[in-house]
Design a protein around this ligand. Structure first.
Ligand SMILES: [Cu+2]
Length: 478
């Protein structure tokens, strides 16, 4: 009788919702809306340009890290990226890659963010492109005063601030320094995934990040070249007219055609799709399947079922989940086909040989093949968190050399001495000196590794060199 009465009351009075136990999950009085003021200093970060256990450097997403405080370090750099084969572009970045790393957190977590504007650091080829300049960080996942937290900082300065993530979603982050349009179009964007406190209502076998963006390019007016290839710079005229030269997923023209996302028949794939624009709308579609669920803006409270396409304006996102029915290549496109023809295309393929995320969950790793020796596994994990910012294995050079074939060109004693004390090697060892010169006189920062850690790296490098070319690849680029 009592309960019947309460149900009756509930239906007639919204005021009594709380009494019926249906509290608003977005009750602002329970949110942390008083972050401490941002701090700006002239102390610079050194070493890797992106750091933090919650960061995902590739489009394969790791499960959310459990710490309630997510330390996120993303420095800004100016560097040359390759958008399509032979198309080198003078980009501006967060974390030295385009798009920037994906931050993954849970509602209620605190993001402890810091960023040094390192646009003044001389990276290979950078003198060719943009002079050092002001940059800033604007997190759509935050509820903070833009005038305090999103201030621009000068080259050499560091800004630090904290905020709590209150709403679940897939949120854009970007540089907010005027001309914002130019900073975004130059590559300064990425995503923050905020999971609901209790996780998602479904279980996915695979999770991937897909970021759509446009590039507006023209050949460098002075005809500059990088590695014999023409350098492209931002075409500010076409940018203002919203006439892109490339529209791409994860920073690469047709990138996920060459490197498809893996899934097996019968598996449920969860894509976190964000359109960063800056100026175009995405009509995201996957040929050959139907989105079982679409959570607009990445929030399961905003659910649609059985959708063919999801429409994303600039800075809109969605989580889309789909079943892969049978063996095949399922084509991700922007169904605005003019955009797809500019490179916004990729594949989910049942032929791509990658492990399901269950494995990733156990080992917390993002690359393709996996060693079996526990020391090599540890070495691989360390490599992915500490070294990927400057090195790849089999994906070409970054700030430092491609480490594929390392154990064939250097012996263990040399590698050990190098990792223990690169400064000493650079002072005394002729091979190290030659390498420094080749890498534009940027010395590798001492990584303060212990002997035990070095043994693990060695095990991993030896394992990687026994793998068929490409299958052990580790890369920070999306
Ligand atoms: Cu900027």
């Amino acid at each position: 009788m009592m309960s019947k009465k309460i149900i009756g009351l509930c239906s007639i009075s919204i005021v009594l919702l709380m009494a019926c136990g249906k509290s608003d999950p977005y009750d602002t009085s329970k949110m942390d809306l008083k972050p401490t003021p941002a701090k700006i200093s002239s102390e610079r970060h050194t070493g890797a340009f992106a750091e933090g256990a919650s960061l995902n450097m590739t489009n394969e997403l790791k499960p959310v890290d459990n710490s309630p405080i997510k330390t996120v370090k993303l420095d800004t750099t100016h560097k040359i990226i390759e958008i399509a084969p032979g198309v080198r572009f003078g980009a501006w970045t967060f974390g030295d890659q385009v798009p920037g790393p994906t931050v993954r957190a849970r509602v209620g977590d605190k993001i402890r963010f810091s960023m040094t504007n390192r646009s003044d650091e001389v990276l290979p080829g950078v003198q060719l492109t943009a002079a050092p300049m002001m940059h800033s960080m604007d997190f759509h996942a935050a509820m903070v005063s833009p005038q305090d937290k999103y201030r621009s900082v000068a080259p050499g300065q560091t800004i630090e601030f904290e905020f709590t993530v209150n709403y679940p979603g897939v949120f854009m982050y970007h540089c907010g320094t005027p001309m914002i349009l130019e900073h975004i179009a130059s590559g300064m964007y990425g995503a923050v995934i905020v999971e609901p406190k209790e996780g998602y209502p479904t279980k996915a076998d695979r999770e991937y990040m897909v970021i759509q963006s446009e590039f507006y390019l023209k050949p460098d007016p002075d005809g500059k070249k990088v590695d014999g290839q023409p350098l492209y710079v931002l075409d500010t005229e076409n940018l203002k007219k919203a006439v892109p030269s490339y529209t791409v997923f994860n920073g690469q023209h047709n990138g996920m055609v060459k490197n498809p996302l893996a899934a097996k028949p019968g598996e449920r794939v969860r894509l976190f799709v964000l359109n960063v624009g800056p100026s175009k709308t995405s009509s995201f579609h996957v040929v050959g399947t139907i989105f079982d669920r679409v959570w607009m803006e990445g929030n399961p409270d905003n659910q649609f079922r059985g959708m063919q396409t999801v429409l994303l304006g600039s800075s809109n996102s969605a989580i889309v989940e789909m079943m892969i029915p049978e063996a095949g290549k399922y084509i991700m496109v922007d169904h605005h086909f003019a955009n797809a023809s500019q490179g916004a295309i990729g594949l989910i393929s049942t032929d791509a040989s990658k492990k399901p995320s269950e494995d990733l969950e156990h080992h917390n790793m993002g690359a393709t093949a996996t060693p079996t020796d526990p020391m090599a596994i540890k070495g691989k994990q360390d490599f992915e968190s500490k070294c990927l910012a400057c090195h790849s294995i089999g994906q070409g050079k970054k700030l430092g050399p491609d480490l594929a074939g390392l154990t064939k060109r250097r012996n263990d004693a040399w590698i050990t001495s190098w990792l223990l004390n690169p400064e000493k090697m650079l002072a005394n060892d002729p091979d190290a000196k030659a390498m420094l010169k080749e890498y534009n006189n940027i010395p590798m920062p001492n990584q303060n590794l212990t002997n035990a850690e070095i043994q693990q790296y060695l095990k991993y490098f030896h394992w990687a060199d026994t793998q068929p070319t490409g299958s052990a690849s580790a890369s920070g680029a999306h």
